[in-house]
Design a protein around this ligand. Sequence first.
Ligand SMILES: Cc1cc2nc3c(=O)[nH]c(=O)nc-3n(C[C@H](O)[C@H](O)[C@H](O)COP(=O)(O)O)c2cc1C
Length: 370
Amino acid sequence: MSTLFEKTTINGLVLENRLVRSATWEGMCDDDGRPTPQLDSCYNDMALGKVGLIISGYTFVRPDGKQLPKKMGIHTDDFAVDMKRLTAAVHDAGGKICLQIVHAGGQTSSASAGRQPLAPSAVEVDQFPEKPAEMTLQDIDEIITAFAQAAGRAKEYGFDAVQLHGAHGYLINQFLSPLTNRRVDEYGGSIEKRCRFLMEIYRAVRKCVGNNYPVMVKLNGDDFLDGGLQEADAVYAAKLLDQSGIDAIEVSGGTPASGEKNPIRVKIKTAEQEAYNLGLAEHIKKEVSCPVMVVGGFRSLEVIEKVLGDGTADYISLARPLVREPDLARRWMDGDRSPARCISCNGCFKPGLKGEGIYCVVKKKEQEEK
Ligand SMILES: Cc1cc2nc3c(=O)[nH]c(=O)nc-3n(C[C@H](O)[C@H](O)[C@H](O)COP(=O)(O)O)c2cc1C
């Protein structure tokens, strides 16, 4: 029976507990994607707070894969010093850090991408702010190479692992989804062909970092969109990755166009509303041998302990609760078992969008009123 505060290993990476910080865009880089001391301090706080594994905010592999402002970029060697300082800030506090790498594909604007966004197909769907350009085979090759180079840099700069962002409607997810992938070549059509882009990225990344370095993926178990990726296809992709040596699969669900079933659901008030992607994770867990992480709405220790105790998932990922309480893991370890104080309002996005970096606006207001 697994418990939260036990040591585990993922492909040689020793983790002090089973609590993972799910990737969370912080908006704490400069406009080019260079990490700042503000970001060092954000990660240092979580490492001191005893999070087992910190997954960075989504980090673009090429500038045309940018989306939200002040996100991190790993498309260049120019940020080497800053990246090494960032990973040291985590390691000095006893933590572990994984870099999440992404290309936003069609789920961005020309203004953010600096060009007409690229996508598997030139489709107009709710998920995309504007009509993207269909990727050529050369675009595909170049983006695969960009992912591999990004992973190579991550390893060199001291990140302990990389995670491919294959969820939430970004480029990898766009290839998996029949809604956004209407290609008739070897990258579209059957689920086998829709998986090809993901698998080529995975293999290129693996080749670059070697077998003894953790490569993980965040996958949607379901897009919750008419015509989007569905559970059976997600299970297919998870099995393929597992057979090819992926080190862990983090299960999420939905895209920003999925209405109430978007990845970042609001108003989680009861234990029943927690763990909203658990069913998807359970399905995948039954079919794979690698560790499965699950994210989405976890707020209370009782729910977390039950999931781990039942073996429904191997790791529990949290995003918003750690914005409010970077020391949540330590608080729970020290015996204060009260639930995370996050009220799931998504107010943390607002200061990020204003360029200040994310923080919990509710906590700030409460402190000001004291
Ligand atoms: C401010 C903010 C930024 C996010 N950025 C990312 C991201 O960069 N990559 C990603 O995979 N998910 C991102 N997410 C989604 C979270 O990783 C997570 O899947 C979601 O918030 C549900 O978990 P929670 O209920 O613990 O917050 C973000 C969420 C928030 C609130």
